[in-house]
Design a protein around this ligand. Structure first.
Ligand SMILES: Nc1ncnc2c1ncn2[C@@H]1O[C@H](COP(=O)(O)OP(=O)(O)O)[C@@H](O)[C@H]1O
Ligand SMILES: [Mg+2]
Length: 309
């Protein structure tokens, strides 16, 4: 099972190139699912099909879906609330509902929602396909959700250590004073709900980290202009930091402008693929085949044959 992500600045052509790539693979006989993670969807327009949050057939071998981020945010908050009620007996004393109302707008919530949507696609849907192609939101949100497993893992590791210390202290207190109020909640870490929860989140995040860093072909789309090149450099730095490969650079809209332009040396080592600007536009699904994805597909196939990483 392999995944292909297309990242980049807004408007550079992530949706167009990811759809062209998915279509080329599907027409070459692979079963492909293309999923849009961008809350401002236009994948359906590009494919000429109204999409939903579950896979719909676009044509033979090609299914597509657009995740509904707001529904995933609500689901994530509801699951968190249910878990909290179940895990913490004292939660009834807190006003959880108002707490979760605030959480809806707090930093990180959207990123987690995207992650759980990807997890759902990977665990519940991907088995029916040879590959899953992800059309992503503009850079900022994409880098944040890609970084989330690595960052959260550090957090959770520390929280688990803290929890272990709490449990040890309870055991000490219970030994000294078996009648102490903490004796009733004195359990081994294997029987502790909170510790168990931390372990299960850690495993879910590790699976996503593995998916991003070992099972994904990550393309960054740019246009021949200095702004999108600078953005690609920032993406490169960030991907290195979070141990996610930068597999390909897609230079889209070649020939659109005569403004001087050059690839930065910082991007020199990355395989680059060029897609011409089509002045007549790309209004139909078949128009996507005008973009020559041959070399990009070959690079993807080579990486997939080697197990991506
Ligand atoms: N190679 C191309 N030639 C002509 N128009 C293009 C090309 N690539 C993208 N476009 C157009 O550029 C606009 C932005 O593309 P889109 O794929 O939606 O970008 P993104 O998903 O990165 O925001 C769309 O109108 C699309 O049709
Ligand atoms: Mg797009």
């Amino acid at each position: 099972m392999t995944n292909a992500f297309f990242l980049g600045k807004g408007g550079v052509g992530k949706t167009t190139t990811s759809a062209a790539f998915a279509l080329a693979k599907a027409r070459a006989g692979k079963r492909v699912l293309i999923a849009s993670l961008d809350p401002a969807h236009n994948l359906g327009d590009v494919l000429g099909k109204r999409l939903k949050d579950k896979p719909l057939k676009v044509e033979d071998n090609l299914d597509a879906l657009e995740i509904r981020l707001s529904a995933w945010v609500d689901r994530y908050l509801k699951d968190s609330r249910d878990e909290m009620k179940e895990t913490y007996s004292y939660a009834g004393a807190l006003n959880l509902d108002s707490f979760f109302d605030i959480m809806k707008y707090s930093p990180g919530t959207e990123e987690y929602a995207v992650l759980w949507a990807i997890e759902h696609i990977h665990c519940a849907l991907a088995a029916d396909y040879d590959l899953v192609v992800y059309d992503t939101p503009p850079t900022a949100l994409s880098l944040r959700f890609l970084a989330m497993p690595a960052i959260s893992n550090m957090w959770i590791t520390e929280l688990a250590k803290l929890r272990e210390r709490i449990l040890q202290r309870r055991q000490i207190v219970t030994k000294i004073n078996p009648g102490s109020p903490v004796a009733s909640s004195c359990v081994d870490k294997d029987d502790d709900k909170v510790y168990g929860r931390l372990g299960s989140i850690k495993r879910r995040l590790a699976l996503l980290q593995k998916l991003f860093s070992e099972e994904s072909f990550v393309s960054v789309v740019i246009n021949p202009d200095s702004l999108s090149v600078s953005e690609a450099l920032r993406i490169k730095e960030e991907l290195e930091r979070i141990d996610i490969p930068f597999s390909a650079l897609c230079v889209n809209k070649r020939g659109m402008s005569k403004a001087p332009w050059r690839l930065d040396d910082g991007l020199a080592g990355i395989p680059a693929f060029y897609f011409d600007f089509k002045p007549e536009g790309l209004s139909e699904r078949d128009d996507l085949m005008k973009l020559d994805t041959h070399d990009l597909v070959a690079a993807f196939d080579a990486a997939a044959a080697e197990g991506i990483r």
